[in-house]
Every structure is written in C-alpha cells, then in structure tokens.
Design a protein around this ligand. Structure first.
Ligand code: HSE
Length: 303
C-alpha cells in the first residue's frame, strides 16, 4: 500500500487561548509519503530536513503510528516514509503535531481503521507529548481544520469554533529556534485572580467574536496576558513588531504556539501584506513571512 498524507500547519493558543484554542492555516503544511515495508525507514526533504530525527524511536510520525497499533491491539505495520516539509521545526507552526497526526492517520489507514478517530487523536497526542508537552491545541485543528476549542484534554473532548469572519493571517518566522518544552518552562505557575479573569475575558471574547463574526471584539480577544509577556523576550523585537502591526490595522499580533513564529490576524490581504513587510523590516532580513488564510478542513489522505 502506498499513499500520501497532507497535514496543515496550525497556530496554537491563538493568543489568549493558552493550550485550549488552535487554528489551522492554509497553504502551509507537510506532505508525508507512506509505503508499507518490512522495517521503518525515514527520509526528509525540504525545510529543516537535516534536523528531522530519522530514528523511528525519536520521530513523532513513527511514534504516533506505533502508539496507534498498540491502542488498537494489533501488531505493528512498519512503513517507508518520505517527509516533504514546509513547516519550520521548533518554529511554532505545529510541525510536531502535523507529524504526529500524519503518523496516526497513516497507521489507521494501514490497519483499515480510519473510523477510530478517538484513537487517532490519542496516538497523535501521545507522540507529540513525547517531544513538546501535553497539549492538543495544535493536534485538534490539524486533524479537524478551522478553529478548535479543547474542552477536556484527558477525555480528548474538543469543540469546533465556527469561523464566521473573513480574515487574512500574516505569519512571521524569525531566524531563531524555540523548543516548546523550553518555552513552557518560562511560564508562570500561578496567576492572581485579576490576571486569571482578564485572560478568561479575552479568550471567551475571542471565541465568541470568531463565531459571531465580530471584528471589533476579535481585536479585544486577541490579547494574551499569560504566555506572551513571559515568552516575548525569546523573540527579538517582538514588542516593536506588535506595535507596528496594530498601527497598520491588524486585529492583533501575538506568538503562534510557543513561538518563535508570530501571527497577525488582519481584516484584508492588503493589511496582512503591509504587516508582513513592516515586521520583516523590524525583525531582520533572515525573517520569513507568509500571508495565508485559515484552513477550514483538516489533515487528509491524498492518494
Ligand atoms: N499551547 C502550546 C504552548 C502550543 O503554548 O506551549 C505549542 O505549540
């Protein structure tokens, strides 16, 4: 059996929704080519390919696949894998989630068990946890597309947030690497009541504004007072970039997942392009920028 899986990039947290909100993006994602084989073998081409672990015990694609077979209670069915990457590794666009989702989906296809979406999500979560900590806010939108709210991590209960607003997304990836595990270590372990209620107000407004198509309130919701203050110091010139993006008319500018990629939601393509140019000017020529749309469908088996 031979087939290809496409898994989209994702923005974890979407600013105020730490660990519980995620958004899939269009045009950016990784392609995974699978072929059944006697033993696992992994090759990667494209962006950051030389950094991809080719040891099946360390690669999230094979970790997720093995986990899926185990959860299903069947012997493993190894494969030969070629990964064609466009997502940055340790870049904040859900690359490890994309690999975990692709591995779990591929195993389900090999095992003729694509209806076991519960196990697909569970296996992807187990694999991603091994490299970047326990969170579903990249995996859920990668699998389902659109914006997803994670209601219960243990029960794998997720809830799609309707996207009823037209917007463009600027993605800016500075030339630094930030490992999610490291970026989770800098977070505060407790909040005051005032800090907690403020973050809840932003996050609730964000989800509600997205569902109601309310641009003004979206801008209110795109404020992160928890992770962003702790993590922005890991991203050179973050504050100046954020000020510029807002001055140019963006709804908001924040860190995508654990960074270093930053994202900005913008009302028009023209604003998104202006933000991309301005932030590139601030963060330096090695910065990569993209203007994309939200992706409303999730990972897919292409052939
Ligand atoms: N919610 C996770 C974090 C996302 O911010 O650590 C990582 O992509």
């Amino acid at each position: 059996m031979k087939f290809e899986v496409f898994a989209p990039g994702t923005i974890g947290n979407v600013s105020s929704g730490f660990d519980i909100l995620g958004l899939a993006v269009d045009q950016m994602g990784d392609h995974f080519h699978f072929e059944d084989a006697k033993t696992y073998s992994i090759e990667a081409v494209g962006r950051d390919a030389s950094l991809v672990p080719t040891d099946p015990h360390r690669n999230t694609v094979t970790l997720a696949a093995e986990d899926f077979y185990q959860l299903l209670g069947i012997p493993s069915r190894p494969f030969k894998l070629l990964i064609d990457r466009s997502l940055p590794l340790s870049g904040g666009l859900g690359s490890s989630a994309a690999s975990s989702v692709a591995g779990a989906l591929a195993a389900a296809k090999f095992a003729d068990a694509l209806d076991r979406s519960d196990l697909i999500m569970k296996a992807a979560l187990h694999a991603e946890s091994a490299v970047s900590g326990m969170h579903l806010d990249n995996i859920a939108p990668c699998l389902l597309g659109g914006m997803v709210l994670v209601q219960d991590l243990e029960k794998l209960k997720v809830y799609p947030v309707p996207v009823n607003l037209e917007f463009w997304i600027t993605l800016i990836t500075p030339d630094v690497k930030v490992k999610t595990k490291d970026a989770r270590r800098v977070l505060a372990s407790s909040l005051t009541t005032a800090q907690w209620t403020q973050q809840m107000a932003h996050c609730t407004t964000l989800a509600l504004a997205m569902a109601r198509g309310d641009a003004e309130e979206l801008a209110f919701g795109l404020k992160d007072t928890f992770a962003e203050p702790a993590r922005s110091s890991l991203i050179p010139h973050f504050n100046a970039a954020q000020e510029n993006a807002r001055a140019l008319g963006a709804y908001g500018f924040s860190i995508s997942g654990s960074g270093p990629t930053c994202f900005s939601l913008c009302p028009t393509e023209a604003v998104a392009k202006k933000v991309a140019d301005a932030v590139k000017g601030i963060m330096g020529p090695a910065t990569r920028s993209y203007v994309v749309r939200p992706r409303l469908s999730g990972a897919e088996i292409l052939s």
